[in-house]
Design a protein. Structure first.
Length: 231
């Protein structure tokens, strides 16, 4: 950090997005305390975890994981809220890169070829200015050292927000909404589908069914956080 940046930080300190404490010179986005104590799932090390089991009988997956647990009102939910609604894109990139570094050494994810973010409808992305899942995917791409492609999966139609909908209502809201551009181009690839949060899994399930139109594709999923408990 330069002397000028030191001077500016006296009046406009950089704050941890999770706890609002001032960041030190070598810290970015999260302070060391939050980085080391936010509740990780370690699902990438457990084949039969609660995220994987959520999709049993619903979709065929190679592997499934989420980085953090989150609960209403906790620091992880606070991070997700800032990423989605407060233009804090760097949260998604930072957490994605941290997760990607760990996934690179996990046998189930080491064969990933392409990272595919859950797409927003162009209308919603224009309103928000960016896709939070792409920010997370960008970080994963850096950590895993694998490309992210945003032109594979797309939304065919605009849908209402999933917030406050039941599981069945969420599925009805997204069923047949997604499709794949040029599926033959990605034949046999291991695709890592990524989203910000996993709750009922309805959106991801709809995306998985669209990706299954790709011949011999292997599909895995990763999210920043999940409300599911460990099993």
């Amino acid at each position: 950090m330069s002397l000028f940046e030191d001077f500016i930080s006296l009046f406009f300190p950089r704050l941890c997005y999770a706890c609002d404490d001032a960041l030190r010179k070598n810290e970015e986005v999260l302070c060391s305390i939050c980085l080391n104590h936010l509740p990780k799932t370690d699902f990438h090390l457990k084949e039969e975890n609660s995220v994987a089991k959520l999709f049993w009988g619903r979709a065929h997956l190679h592997a499934a994981t989420a980085y953090y647990y989150f609960h209403k009102g906790d620091k992880v939910q606070h991070l997700i809220h800032q990423l989605k609604y407060k233009n804090a894109r760097e949260i998604g990139v930072f957490i994605g890169e941290q997760m990607g570094i760990e996934l690179k050494d996990a046998s189930a994810f080491s064969s990933v070829d392409i990272i595919v973010p859950v797409p927003l409808h162009p209308k919603k992305q224009k309103l928000r200015g960016y896709n939070q899942s792409e920010m997370f995917g960008l970080g994963l791409s850096r950590g895993l050292r694998k490309p992210m492609k945003t032109n594979i999966l797309y939304r065919k139609q605009f849908t209402e927000t999933q917030t406050k909908k039941t599981r069945s209502e969420r599925w009805e809201n997204v069923e047949n909404v997604f499709a794949v551009h040029n599926p033959e181009e990605f034949t046999g690839k291991h695709l890592l589908l990524v989203d910000d949060v996993i709750t009922t899994g309805s959106t991801l399930e709809a995306c998985i069914h669209a990706l299954e139109t790709i011949p011999q594709a292997k599909i895995s999923i990763a999210a920043m956080a999940t409300a599911l408990k460990d099993v």
